[in-house]
Design a protein around this ligand. Structure first.
Ligand code: HEM
Length: 518
């Protein structure tokens, strides 16, 4: 075989060029190499990353769920990413989401680390951050049965009906003054006041304004969340440097919540009159006092749960109301169909009630479609407790798993015209049981599996009655403004970047005596 001798003096292969090629090959091999996992499987594929920061730079110029969605459409539905030294496995397709929630539910039923330890709602008493274990199981059972089960929701129906009436009256007064309404702001008042009344009792709002104080603290907390998100990303770095950023603000909000909650608990402990029935705090205090309870909950557990229910239920429901109203206002044919359905079931002399909702399938479909396109919590974060195989790839134990619910619910392989607002897709069809289950597993605005949202029924009630009332009782004028569907992230939810503002115009005369409030 002839030997080829390269004379560097006569060729263009300058040594520096060769060195560059060598470097590029090394980088390629180093960064593109698929590291081997355990059990002979590869780890999920990984896009090119940078030294030290890993894939962080790919997430900086877009909202996280959008940046993740772009990455997955380029590199695949199951990816291994790295933010500094924290490995993340990203799930973006309906089929992989289906696989993990069907096959690995228990294994992914814990959340990751809290961003800061001393915080009341992130500390060891938290329900949301509790690992899948005895405390979490005990509380989840309590929620599903005694706090948000059908009977409990029935008992608290009057409190929510009062708030819906108040919401309606507020819109009427805006109409009289020809004022525009910022839908999300009014919706937040509705959901916050309703949840506070359910937890603290009906007197909390009128008599001592506690619900207003809670709302103020929630606003402070969401502002703090934005800052804490950064500490989560740089967590390891802060740990090494032994810095606890925003510690003072966190402790400050926690202290204010603590004082408020201690007062509410003491008021409930001293209560002797249960004529208006038991509120959620009464139920929780009974469990707290029960010496024979399966799990001994503490005062801090009660306080932490209270905060988490308010944080978890208020803005999620209110933002869904805003997004869905925006979609309805943009589509007059949908508005008309919805109105026709509500008029035929509710009539024109009374407000919509919770008991009407099962008879309004199109309203339910509109809300489901709103949640599919605009899930208020677009990313679900979990921890893989034990190493396992997902989509044929190995995922090591303790890996952070991020399920991009936004991408899953717009996956073109599972949803026809995925970006179109088509409520009809949720109307009853001839799907078989297995198909129904599959549909459930790829429709995840409330998460899925054991760790899915315990407030799902309550969420549907808030959104259903609010949207139903707004469409039934009012026409909505946007005053020539275009409804802008651009997104932003505020607090923990996905919000409209340009809040929906419109003027209500009453379309029926309701008689006060015909309101039904319980
Ligand atoms: C439209 C309204 C709502 C939406 C879209 C929503 C969405 C979610 C999502 C996506 C999760 C995470 C689930 C997962 O990781 O799989 C969650 C968890 C949670 N939600 Fe909701 N939620 C809503 C309303 C509510 C309400 C009304 C409450 C209670 C008042 C509530 C309380 C909670 C709690 C306590 C958790 C934590 C569950 C756990 O860690 O086990 N949510 N919610």
């Amino acid at each position: 075989m002839a030997t080829i001798v390269v004379d560097f003096q006569k060729t263009h292969f300058h040594p520096q060029i060769l060195l560059s090629i060598f470097t590029v090959i090394c980088i390629f091999v180093f960064f593109f190499k698929k590291p081997k996992g355990s059990r002979g499987c590869d780890l999920p594929p990984s896009p090119p990353s940078l030294p030290i920061i890993g894939h962080l730079h790919l997430l900086l110029f877009d909202l996280p769920h959008k940046a993740f969605q772009k990455l997955s459409s380029k590199y695949g539905p199951l990816l291994c990413l790295r933010i500094f030294n924290v490995p993340i496995v990203l799930v973006s397709s309906a089929s992989v989401a289906y696989e993990i929630f069907k096959t690995h539910d228990v294994n992914i039923s814990s959340h990751g680390h809290p961003p800061i330890d001393e915080c009341l709602f992130f500390g060891s008493s938290s329900f949301v951050l509790a690992p899948y274990g005895d405390y979490w199981k005990f509380m989840k059972k309590l929620m599903v049965t005694k706090l948000f089960g059908p009977q409990a929701l029935e008992q608290s129906r009057g409190a929510r009906a009062d708030e819906l009436e108040r919401f309606h009256a507020n819109l009427l007064s805006k109409e009289m003054k020809s004022e525009t309404v910022e839908i999300a702001k009014e919706a937040i008042k509705l959901t916050n006041n309703s949840i506070c009344k359910m937890i603290m009792g009906r007197g909390c709002l009128e008599e001592n304004g506690e619900a207003e104080r809670v709302r103020g603290l929630v606003t402070e907390t969401f502002a703090l969340f934005k800052k804490l998100f950064l500490t989560q990303v740089l967590r390891r770095l802060f740990e090494i440097l032994r810095i606890s950023p925003f510690k003072k603000e966190t402790l400050d909000v926690s202290r204010k919540f603590d004082e408020l909650l201690e007062r509410i608990i003491v008021e409930h402990e001293e209560k002797t009159d249960y004529d208006h029935g038991m509120d959620l705090m009464d139920v929780l205090l009974a469990v707290y006092r029960d010496g024979k309870a399966e799990y001994k909950i503490t005062r801090d557990h009660l306080k932490s749960l209270f905060v988490e229910l308010i944080l978890g239920g208020t803005d999620t429901s209110a933002q869904t109301i805003e997004w869905t109203m925006a979609k309805i206002i943009k589509k007059p044919n949908i508005l008309e169909r919805l109105r026709k359905e509500i008029d035929s079931v509710v009539g024109k002399t009374r407000l919509i009630q919770e008991k009407d909702l099962p008879n309004l399938p199109y309203l339910q479909a509109v809300i489901k479609e709103g949640l599919r396109l605009h899930p208020p919590a677009p990313l679900l974060g979990r921890k893989v407790t034990d190493g396992c195989t997902i989509g044929g790839c190995y995922v090591p134990k303790n890996t952070t798993l991020v399920v991009n619910a936004y991408a899953v619910m717009r996956d073109p392989d599972s949803w026809e015209d995925p970006d179109e607002f088509k409520p009809e897709r949720f109307l009853a069809s001839s799907r078989g049981k297995e198909e129904e289950r599959e549909q459930e597993l790829k429709y995840i605005p409330f998460g899925s599996g054991r760790r899915g949202c315990p407030g799902v029924n309550l969420g549907y009630i808030f959104v259903g009655t609010a949207i139903g009332m707004m469409v039934h009782c009012f026409d909505w004028r946007t005053n020539g403004d275009k409804v802008n569907m651009e997104e932003t992230v505020a607090g923990i939810t996905l919000n409209m970047a340009h809040p929906l503002r419109c003027t209500p115009v009453s379309r029926m005369q309701l008689q006060k005596s015909q309101f039904v409030s319980s």
